[in-house]
Design a protein around this ligand. Structure first.
Ligand SMILES: [Zn+2]
Length: 232
């Protein structure tokens, strides 16, 4: 058999192999995980603290958004400023919303926060330190405060955290989470808490800006703090 004849015999074989290849369901491994992925916990959508044992994503518990707790209460808020502001307001707005959206925050109590252009259920204020006292004699130029519908974040604390927080080597981002959660926690009806005997993570309603006693810095509501808000 000459070479041309051998090649002719190979043609049907090559065609068969090609047809077989076409029949192999190539898209399956690509589509499979993508479909399943929408049901899986969005474990990397938020910076989850590996030490936080409270929020444990499981395949069956999260909603499509990745939250373990369904929304029970929807609140709206607007953002405003008082006094001379020397820090970017856009960053303040964005980071406050990040705190509210985080599954470790009051969202874990079933509270969903949505920013509106004006009005809303409460007003989140970024205030220059020297005007914080104008809200109430119970407020001080040194700290953040909550008065009625006003959740007031002291600009100096927003920019620099606090001496005690910095001495304990807390990060500025965590301080911002803590102060927004703490003052908003007052608006949600929570009073101050203290470090329990035995230590552990500080309650978010502890005045951690001033120190944590024997507790560790913690920007997020503890399980019992969230449960108290959830039960209201
Ligand atoms: Zn307080």
């Amino acid at each position: 058999m000459n070479l041309a004849a051998r090649l002719l015999l190979l043609v049907p074989l090559v065609s068969l192999v090609a047809a077989t290849l076409v029949l192999i369901p190539v898209p399956t491994p690509v589509l499979g995980p993508a479909v399943g992925g929408s049901l899986a916990p969005a474990a990397h959508a938020w910076p989850v603290d590996p030490h936080d044992q409270r929020w444990t994503p499981t395949p069956e518990s999260p909603t499509a958004e990745g939250y373990a707790v369904p929304v029970r209460r929807r609140v709206t808020y607007s953002v405003t400023t008082r006094g001379g502001i020397s820090t970017p307001l856009a960053v303040f707005r964005r980071q406050a919303q990040e705190t509210y959206d985080d599954p470790r925050g009051w969202r874990t109590a079933g509270v969903q926060f949505r920013r509106v252009p004006r009005g809303g259920s409460f007003t989140l204020v970024l205030a220059a330190a020297n005007v914080v006292e104008s809200f109430s004699s119970g407020c001080s130029a040194q700290w953040s405060c909550r008065v009625g519908r006003f959740v007031i974040i002291n600009q100096e604390r927003w920019k620099h955290a606090s001496p005690a927080w910095n001495a304990a080597r807390g990060s500025l981002r965590d301080y911002r989470h803590m102060v927004v959660n703490h003052e908003t926690g007052h608006w949600l009806g929570r009073g101050h808490a203290s470090c329990p005997a035995g230590g552990g993570r500080a309650p978010v309603m502890m005045q951690q800006s001033k120190g944590t006693g024997g507790c560790r810095l913690n920007p997020w509501p503890l399980g019992w703090e969230a449960a108290a808000v959830r039960g209201r």
